[in-house]
Unconditional design. Structure first.
Lengths: 94, 279
């Protein structure tokens, strides 16, 4: 039977390739599918990195807590920075 | 009766309903603590599951799973249900919508991981204070926010050591938590009695139950791969997920929603200002 983590990785690759194809073809949904595929694969990278580093066996916390905080800070910071530059924070997103 | 008296009465009704919801959920929490985490079959919240039994639950949850899955793919492919009809919806999926999805994913996934570390069911769930954010992302941002919630939960699964085929159920299950109040509440402002009552019915009760049954059905169906006993899924996991979701959502989400709605709306990020429907 196919390993479930390999199956999840293949699903991520399919979503990413589909998203990139839509993006190259300038079709709607390309951005979001690419984002979904990229974050899906990022999740798989986190999983394999944790397995390789033995984090799941040695104890997840506080490693996972720290990554969680970093995820919030980097994600929120990047989006707010983009919104500030695009004028969304001044209401240009309307 | 004057309109002012009427408005006051409606607020009283809304607060009474909110108090009943919160009181009931706290009662369930105290019941779990009193009986012990190791005796799920005795919990008050488990009794409907005991009465119905695995086969009936599997059948009911199967219907909800099918509906939820169809809705998930329908919404992402640009179709939705409006006024009992299937209509085309125009989500721009431009840089702003995609950034909303990324923001929801990063904040929800990050918050779940940052507050993790209290394992209740090894391998499948944990006490999740960040759950309060899931319905809000749907209510405020619509489908892009709901999709971000799905991705955030998926990332959090990897950070918590729960990633597996079961996470696919969690992916769409978390979309449902955000989607149900987004779609079924008529007033998303958290500023009227109607908005508050609608949130407790759709955001707390229906969303939590649907999400729990969705994921549980998937875990049951994938049992040969995942290996979780069916008695454990329906006798512990399902009721616990309902309690875990509704507990924090009932208490924290309305406060956050009240604070966040005006700035989101003022900046043109509220979903109703960005989505168009075609009949």
């Amino acid at each position: 039977m196919l390993d479930q983590y390999l199956a999840l990785s293949i699903i991520g690759v399919i979503i990413l390739v589909l998203g990139l194809a839509l993006l190259i073809g300038k079709r709607k949904g390309g951005y979001v599918l690419t984002l979904l595929g990229a974050l899906w694969l990022l999740t798989m990278v986190i999983y394999y990195a944790f397995v390789y580093a033995g984090v799941y066996k040695s104890g997840l916390y506080p490693v996972a807590n720290v990554i969680g905080v970093l995820l919030i800070v980097i994600g929120l910071g990047a989006v707010l920075y983009y919104w500030a530059r695009a004028g969304v924070l001044r209401g240009v997103g309307k | 009766m004057g309109s002012r008296t009427m408005a006051t009465s409606l607020w009283v009704v809304a607060f009474v309903i909110a108090a009943i919801f919160i009181g009931f959920i706290l009662m369930i929490g105290f019941d779990i603590l009193a009986k012990g985490l190791d005796k799920p079959s005795e919990w008050l919240i488990t009794q409907p599951f005991v009465v119905l039994g695995r086969d009936a639950l599997f059948a009911i949850a199967g219907v909800l799973w099918a509906i939820g899955t169809i809705i998930f793919f329908m919404e992402l492919s640009g179709w939705t249900i409006k006024g009992w009809r299937i209509v085309r919806q125009v989500i721009r999926w431009d840089a702003i919508d995609v950034s909303v999805t990324a923001l929801s994913a990063a904040v929800y996934g990050g918050a779940l991981a940052a507050t993790g570390g209290i394992p209740i069911i090894p391998g499948f769930t944990w006490v999740r204070p960040a759950n309060a954010l899931a319905p809000l992302f749907g209510i405020l941002f619509g489908v892009p926010g709901a999709l971000g919630t799905s991705i955030g939960n998926f990332i959090a699964d990897a950070l918590a050591g729960y990633l597996g085929v079961g996470s696919i159920g969690g992916f769409i299950g978390n979309f449902i938590i955000a989607y149900v109040p987004y779609k079924l509440m008529k007033d998303h402002s958290f500023r009227t009695p109607r908005s508050l009552i609608e949130f407790y019915v759709w955001g707390v009760l229906v969303g939590s139950v649907w999400c729990s049954l969705y994921i549980s059905w998937w875990l049951d169906f994938m049992e040969p791969v995942i290996g979780l006993p069916k008695s454990f899924i329906w006798g512990f996991f399902a009721p616990w997920v309902i309690f875990n979701n509704s507990f924090i959502t009932a208490i924290v989400s309305p406060i956050l929603g009240f604070i966040l709605y005006p700035p989101i709306k003022a900046r043109g990020l509220y979903w109703a200002d960005r989505i168009k429907f075609q009949q």
